[in-house]
Design a protein around this ligand. Structure first.
Ligand code: TRP
Length: 358
């Protein structure tokens, strides 16, 4: 996807390739991802998404967005949305997503996202949006508010990705369908006008361990669980974390052994322990061989608290410094805006819109 494409003016299409020609260096792959600032994050989100984003920083050119426009597709309290946006940025930075090492920005600060959505809407059919699994699920769970934005959600997501010429998009399995439609739209646009967009690939993390509820290990850990003992919030105190792990549902057996089918609770705790400490499942099993469940659960709780504690404190420290966060957002929007604008004006030109004078 990174070869140099050129149109009839001989203009290089791939902005990444242009850079490569200038510097003569093989460029790193570009990666785009985004997360919705829609409230408390859980240990599951940390393990599944935040940690991954951090690990990818060293290997790829990363562009990370806080997808606040997407958040509006379900009803939001405006004050909460604003607070959640700052809190999420602070949490990500506290977790090691260094804004000096990537482009970190707020989606609504770069108007090209909404603008490209309009253009892409003109090549998208209602049928393909109506059959998206997430649209169907959310239409059910928000039956009183099935709005056009909810349906158009994947088109905005396609705009996010295509504006930056991203090669890879790290997402959870639930978003794979949205990457598929992004690819379809890119290919459709390229075919109808001329090669413009890089067709991105989904990047489903290898270490994408699925973290289950502490109270019902057949369900995913979720912040919307009515029972707060079922999930670890990234805002939970050390005591709360350890208490929740001590209360975690296991089984009536006594051996600490990984067996998803017969021992889902213990297996979930072993997964968490393994990801958090970097030890293998086998090493973790050996460590707790012959030990009681109580001791095992406390050890998992302490290991998790050791990771979450400093992140929570750092997050709260950063959150007090609004000026710093506003400055991160400003720099991020400047870098992202520059790239996005280049793509958008190319798209406008391709479809036949008269170029506005600068
Ligand atoms: N829809 C994604 C989610 O909820 C968030 C998102 C918005 C996103 N735009 C994106 C993810 C672009 C990847 C690429 O998880």
């Amino acid at each position: 996807m990174t070869e140099i494409l050129s149109n009839k003016d001989g203009e290089a299409e791939n902005p990444n390739a242009v850079e490569q020609m200038k510097t003569g260096q093989a460029r790193r792959k570009r990666l785009f991802s985004a997360v919705q600032p829609s409230g408390t994050l859980t240990l599951g989100n940390y393990i599944g998404a935040i940690r991954n984003w951090r690990m990818l920083l060293d290997e790829y050119d990363c562009i990370y967005a806080l997808a606040d426009l997407h958040t509006l597709t379900v009803r939001q309290n405006p004050a909460d949305l604003r607070r959640n946006t700052y809190a999420l940025a602070a949490l990500y930075i506290a977790s090691g997503i260094d804004p000096e090492k990537c482009v970190l920005f707020v989606q609504s600060h770069v108007s090209a996202h909404a603008e490209l959505s309009w253009i892409l809407n003109t090549i998208t059919y209602p049928g393909e949006l109506q059959r998206m699994t997430q649209f169907k699920d959310k239409s059910r769970s928000h039956a009183d508010n099935v709005n056009m934005g909810l349906m158009d959600y994947p088109v905005l997501m396609a705009s996010d990705i295509l504006l930056y010429g991203a090669d890879l998009v790290p997402v959870g399995a639930d978003q794979k369908q949205h990457i598929e439609i992004t690819r379809d739209l890119a290919i459709r646009f390229n075919g109808r006008y001329s090669d413009t967009f890089i067709v991105p690939e989904p990047y489903i993390a290898k270490s994408g361990a699925k973290i289950m509820s502490l109270q019902d290990p057949s369900k995913k850990m979720s912040k919307s669980d009515p029972n707060p003992a079922a999930f670890i919030s990234m805002d939970d105190s050390r005591d709360t974390i350890i208490k929740k792990f001590r209360r975690a549902v296991t089984d009536s057996d006594t051996t600490v052994r990984y067996d998803e089918e017969h021992k889902p609770g213990v297996s979930n705790l072993l997964t968490i322990y393994s990801v958090i400490t970097g030890k293998s499942i086998g090493e973790a099993e050996a460590e707790f061989c012959g030990k009681m469940y109580g001791e095992f659960k406390t050890a998992v709780g302490e290991a998790v608290a050791d990771v979450v504690d400093p992140i929570r404190e750092e997050k709260n420290r950063i959150l007090k410094d609004k000026a710093y966060l506003d400055n991160v957002f400003k720099n991020g929007a400047e870098s992202a805006g520059r790239m996005a604008k280049r793509t958008l004006s190319k798209v406008y030109k391709r479809v036949g819109l008269v170029q506005a004078m600068p």
